[in-house]
Design a protein around this ligand. Sequence first.
Ligand SMILES: *[C@@H]1O[C@H](CO)[C@@H](O)[C@H](O)[C@H]1NC(C)=O
Ligand SMILES: *[C@@H]1O[C@H](CO)[C@@H](O)[C@H](O)[C@H]1NC(C)=O
Length: 442
Amino acid sequence: MHTLLHSSAAIPVSSSTIKKMGLDPRKLSLPRWMVLAVVLLLVSGRGSCDVDPLDCGDDEDNDGIVSTPGVPVCSSTDRNALLRFKASISSDPNKVLHNWQASRHNCCDWTGVTCDGATGRVVRLKLPNQNLKGRLDAGLSGLSYLQVLILDNNDFTGSIPASFGGFGRLQRLCLSNIPSLSGPIPESFGSLKSLQLMDLRSNSLSGPLPSSFGMMSNLRNLHLYGNKISGPIPPSFGLLSQLYNCDLSNNRFSGRVPDAFAFGLTALLNLYLNDNKITGLPKDMRNLTRLQWIDLSNNPLMTGDSVEGIATAPLISQIEMSSCKIRGPFPAWVSRLPNPDFTLISDEVTPSLNLANNAISGRLPRALGKLTNLEYVNLQNNLLRGPIPASFAKLQSLRGFNVSYNQLSGKIPQVSPFTTFDKSAYKPGNPGLCGLPLTPCK
Ligand SMILES: *[C@@H]1O[C@H](CO)[C@@H](O)[C@H](O)[C@H]1NC(C)=O
Ligand SMILES: *[C@@H]1O[C@H](CO)[C@@H](O)[C@H](O)[C@H]1NC(C)=O
């Protein structure tokens, strides 16, 4: 499920927006999605502050580029940069570069090119899904007014030129699904001061992230999913005060997330670190004041304590930590988690706790019953013993619960929804559990 969700940009709806409108989903007794749909409609009529249109799609109306009337005439600097790019392309099966000719002076008419109407400078280059083969030519950075570069899903080989750090006005960089795009993210990227969206997912990038990474002070939406990026997360990351969606999943990041990471990411809503080699989180995450969703699945965390900082994030609501090799007693920080607040949750977040497929032993903590807004609890395939605490009867928002493949015993809380979950929520495993939906207790 989450693969589907995090492939699209999250839509943050600020809590203040919902509060300003005086909406409390529970009082309205409407489904949460309906309330959010209404809020989104109202918000989208208001402008772009709360709903972020940043993605690599076809929404040209949304990329902030205003073409003024009249036919712009392209600058020779830009024409030369484009011709250098063309010269490094070895195969163009769809002939999209056919009209890119030195003899056709006005490059503003060339396929995929958009100029600013007033200045004639190239502001957008957009050629996704074209099977273009060749290198990404360093000379492309001669397009010094470029705001949007979209070259997703092509067959470029080689690395990202360091000169791309010179795109001082670039707002959206979309170079995803280019399987042979390799090498590191250049140190020079720290100079991309206007960049808001970086989508480099599903390439073959490697090496560590440059220490300058946190200097991209306008970065809001980051997708690095599915590369081979290694090493620790650089401390400068904590300076990205605009970043709200951060996907570093499916890479080779290692070590503890540095304390500095939690310093200033005050806009961060979703953090995907799953499928890496991360061993722990910062101890104090209280400055991550909007963080609602963290995915750490498939990392070698080893102990519950290594991620105890999570309970200091004031709005944390969706915690995914399956298959993290966690052994020992139930993580103590669970008792300190804030109860997820529906009124503050974006429409993609589902209040949940997933600790499945670890080696957690001992008893279930009574305090879990305080998280009354949880919708999913998945604890299957651990070494849990003892009863399901009576306090769990207060988890009245639960829509999914799974404790199969443990060694729990005693009476299942005999209230809905516990009595109405499928038997497979409790069995196989737990030979000592009884009561509905299982057989009556003796
Ligand atoms: C939280 O932010 C404040 C203000 O920027 C800073 O002084 C403090 O050191 C930060 N705390 C942590 C734990 O990062
Ligand atoms: C619980 O988990 C087991 C093991 O993955 C699965 O077979 C079963 O369908 C799940 N049941 C529920 C109700 O989620």
